[in-house]
Ligand binder design. Structure first.
Ligand SMILES: Cc1cc2nc3c(=O)[nH]c(=O)nc-3n(C[C@H](O)[C@H](O)[C@H](O)COP(=O)(O)O)c2cc1C
Length: 336
């Protein structure tokens, strides 16, 4: 099944293998460069079906670091666009993760922001608690970023709602202690972001949503509470990408093969959305079995793909599936 095509909102993906967003911390002023071209195009040549560009900040104080990729300005469009075009040449569908780091930003010379004025830990500054009008400004910036993504030629966008960054901070009872409507309705901020993104992004193109399906905190979100919120927003996103953690400094969890798969499975079965599972799934048989068992619809391979840009070609060989190799590399196809 890993090499079966899948369609999400009229967009056809040639296989079910996803390169998940992975920050490279190589950009200056948010602008993509040769590193990003080499990094993404190499995986497209390696026949991954879907590439999701790393967390790209919708405003400067929304960067995790000073070297994050950005999409807060029109100057970002062309450098991103040439990489997108190159990846699409090799048959990959390409998306970009639209992100805001919230209280987990380490940018210099800017006030960082969050739903509530509590720091992630002692090494981060205390964030400024966003006012309602400031929240609305951020929502508009998500929409503008989506428009830029469209102009750069991306096939879809992914909204970063995971890992304890701004959207996750609104969703979680651990970090959202507000008394206003954004506190009583923890999914409201995400709903408004999705609505704005949908209205600014080309209508027929899909919007993916990445979430932390488990927050590893007794008062935090678990698949059940999260899906109760997401079921109200179902019309605003087309696919779900299920990760975990990041909201709480002292979270404790074990990382083992397929450690997050159960969260993807639960959310998929409650929300009935095409679902990407991620997290130590780089063993091709394990990835294949997760699909066969109906626990997910697509499989993202992060570190496995950093270590091997040709992960998909090698997985096909291991699973005995004959897929197309890039012409220039054909003489390597038979090697074992
Ligand atoms: C170097 C690196 C950078 C990452 N950056 C992001 C990111 O920009 N956005 C995001 O949602 N997750 C990010 N992640 C998490 C990955 O997308 C993925 O969920 C995680 O690595 C688990 O999958 P794996 O076990 O296959 O590596 C990053 C992971 C790595 C290793």
């Amino acid at each position: 099944m890993l090499f079966d095509p899948i369609e999400i909102k009229n967009l056809k993906f040639k296989n079910r293998i996803v390169m998940p967003p992975m920050c490279q911390y190589q950009a200056i002023d948010g602008v993509a460069n040769n590193w990003h071209m080499m990094h993404y195009a190499a995986r497209a040549v390696g026949q991954v079906g879907t590439i999701i560009f790393e967390a790209s900040a919708i405003e400067t104080r929304g960067r995790i670091s000073m070297n994050d990729l950005g999409i807060w300005d029109d100057k970002h469009i062309n450098p991103l666009g040439s990489i997108v075009k190159e990846c699409q040449k090799y048959g990959a569908k390409v998306g970009i993760q639209l992100a805001h780091a919230g209280r987990k930003s380490r940018v210099l010379d800017e006030t960082i922001v969050a739903p509530t004025a509590t720091a992630f830990n002692d090494t981060f500054s205390i964030p400024h608690e966003l006012t309602i009008s400031e929240i609305k400004e951020i929502i508009i910036k998500f929409g503008k970023a989506a428009k830029r993504a469209e102009l750069a030629g991306f096939d879809f966008v992914e909204i970063h709602g995971a890992h304890g960054y701004l959207i996750n901070e609104f969703l979680s009872p651990v970090t959202n202690l507000r008394g206003d409507e954004y506190g009583k309705n923890k999914e409201l901020f995400l709903k408004e972001v999705l609505e704005e993104v949908k209205s600014c992004f080309q209508n027929e193109k899909p919007v993916f949503l990445r979430v932390s399906g488990e927050e590893y905190h007794e008062n935090g979100n678990h698949p059940e509470s999260l899906s109760a919120m997401l079921s109200k927003l179902s019309e605003y996103f087309d696919a779900l990408h299920v990760s975990s953690g990041g909201i709480y400094e002292k979270e404790k969890y074990n990382i083992f093969p397929a450690y997050q798969l159960e969260y993807a499975e639960k959310l998929k079965h409650i929300l009935h959305k095409p679902t990407i599972a991620v997290g130590r799934l780089e063993n091709p048989e394990l990835a294949e079995n997760a699909l066969i068992a109906g626990k997910a619809d697509m499989i993202a391979i992060g570190k496995g793909m950093l270590s091997d840009p040709h992960w998909a070609l090698h997985a096909a060989r291991k699973l005995g599936v004959d897929i197309e190799w890039p012409e220039s590399y054909l003489r390597a196809k038979g090697l074992v």
